[in-house]
Ligand binder design. Structure first.
Ligand code: AMP
Ligand code: ZN
Length: 452
């Protein structure tokens, strides 16, 4: 059985699916007012490992990811600007164009990092009626109040507000720091914001008798309930989502449906740091996957870099550390290519690898097992292909390369030698091809070469 660290209980717990064999999973997607940075991508890679591990354990996973294209205010206190409208002003494009452009860029990042596509992508702006309906339910049940800037959720109306973040222990300190505006209580949050007079918003809707737009948290509640129901298995994000976004999602959803718990497991990935500070979209220390590609760094080498650290540990980024990981990744691929033919698999390696995966997705340990198995000739290609379904490192993919006539003629001679079972000559020809700067692999489809 797979064990996962549940932020709700602060313990590793065995995962028991609500419906046997099926897992409903919601992961908070990006706010598309800018490129995502490689820190955001750390969170999406951790979630991808989760999906792949669940699939490897035989679960059918229904994975839903949202795209926040409206309503995310700069700052958690609900009093800042809307990030999409801000991005639109910055770039002189419409908010809709900004959302489209950065959503596409994000999707390309997912492809480059070999992240499996969710079963459902859902955009906040495509689900406005669902959000309005949930706010209406909360109004009807008496959980809301109105101020001059928004409809707010009254957090004192529920008795377990903040259970995810253990807020009750920090209530007073947190209260002292929160900008109150007209809010009644420090943790109250906006469900639906009113458009300001003369603000000229591009994204606004008629609801509750005037023009307005959704608060950030309501989109995830409304869409997760729509696609996964009033009780589902796992919800994920980065650790910054614990005290505000996910805390508020839980409060409003459980208040609206009356069903507790809404979600059984809450999983959170730690930050990617740079110079010991959190990489942030608003900060100076912002590195995109595109920047890595421009430096000729393979995105999968970045994925390998991430897998070397457990998702619940902070990870410091530096180009030196990434280059060391890229060398490690190359070495791993080379070891896979050089697995001797007829290697017998040792079932203990498979067992140890899966033990690490099932122990709260311990990828550093799983990689160590893999390296050890390769070093001692205990894994065959089939095992690698199976492990790679979880690692997603394309360990066995060989890129097609243009080869010169000379190399092609060596390959033809080697094929002939192999057909004639002249292994000695085949080995000599392999060495000759490799001395010309190619690596060669024998696959079930014949010989494959790529540049060293
Ligand atoms: P956002 O677009 O700001 O909502 O962030 C998208 C995802 O990236 C969320 O799950 C965040 O928790 C996560 N995230 C933000 N900054 C970092 C970071 N430096 N390292 C890892 N994950 C992050
Ligand atoms: Zn969310």
């Amino acid at each position: 059985m797979i064990h996962l660290f549940n932020t709700l209980s602060r313990k590793k717990e065995p995962l028991e699916a609500i419906t046997p064999g099926h897992i409903g999973l919601y992961t908070c997607g990006p706010t598309v007012y800018n490129y995502v940075h490689i820190g955001n991508l750390r969170t999406y890679v951790f979630e991808d490992i989760l999906v792949r591990a669940l699939k490897a354990k035989g679960y059918q996973v229904n994975h839903v990811m949202n795209i926040t294209d409206v309503g995310h205010i700069t700052g958690d206190a609900d009093l800042g600007e809307d990030k999409m409208e801000k991005g639109s002003k910055r770039e002189g494009k419409s908010a809709w164009d900004i959302a489209r452009m950065y959503t596409q860029a994000f999707e390309q990042n997912m492809i480059d990092l070999n992240i499996l596509e969710p079963n459902t992508w859902c955009k906040a702006t495509d689900h406005i009626p669902e959000q309005i309906a949930m706010v209406q339910t909360l109004m009807d049940k008496g959980f809301t109040y109105e101020t001059s800037d928004a409809l707010y959720f009254d957090t004192t109306k529920i008795d377990d507000y903040g259970k995810l973040a253990n807020l009750q222990n920090q209530q007073l300190q947190a209260g002292a720091r929160v900008e109150m505006g007209e809010k009644k209580n420090p943790h109250d949050f906006a469900l639906w914001k009113w458009s300001k007079e003369g603000e000229n918003r591009q994204m606004e809707w008629d609801a509750f008798g005037r023009k307005g737009f959704p608060g950030w948290h309501i989109e995830c509640s409304a869409m997760a309930v729509k696609y996964l129901g009033e009780h589902f298995d796992i919800h994920c994000g980065g650790i910054d989502h614990i005290p505000v976004h996910h805390t508020n999602e839980i409060a409003q959803t459980e208040a609206a449906t009356g069903i507790k718990p809404w979600v059984n497991f809450w999983l959170h990935g730690e930050f990617l740091l740079i110079d010991s500070e959190k990489m942030a979209k608003s900060g100076e220390n912002f590195i995109t996957l595109q920047t890595l590609k421009e430096k000729n760094i393979d995105p999968l080498a970045y994925r390998f870099f991430l897998l070397q650290t457990h998702y619940r540990k902070q990870l410091n980024f530096s180009f030196e550390a990434l280059e060391a990981a890229a060398a490690g990744y190359k070495k791993l691929k080379r070891m896979v290519r050089e697995i001797p033919e007829h290697t017998a698999r040792d079932p203990r390696i498979h067992e140890e690898f899966m033990k690490a995966v099932k122990d709260d997705l311990n990828m550093p340990e799983a990689l160590a097992v893999l390296f050890m198995g390769l070093k001692d000739n205990l894994v065959d290609l089939e095992t690698i292909i199976e492990f790679d379904k979880i690692l997603g490192l394309r360990l066995h993919d060989i890129e097609k390369v243009d080869i010169s006539d000379d190399v092609q003629s060596l390959l033809d001679r080697r094929q002939k030698a192999r057909d004639e079972k002249n292994w000695e000559l085949a080995d000599l020809l392999r060495e000759e091809i490799q001395s010309l700067g190619y690596v060669l692999e024998d696959t079930s489809d014949g010989q494959k070469v790529e540049r060293e």
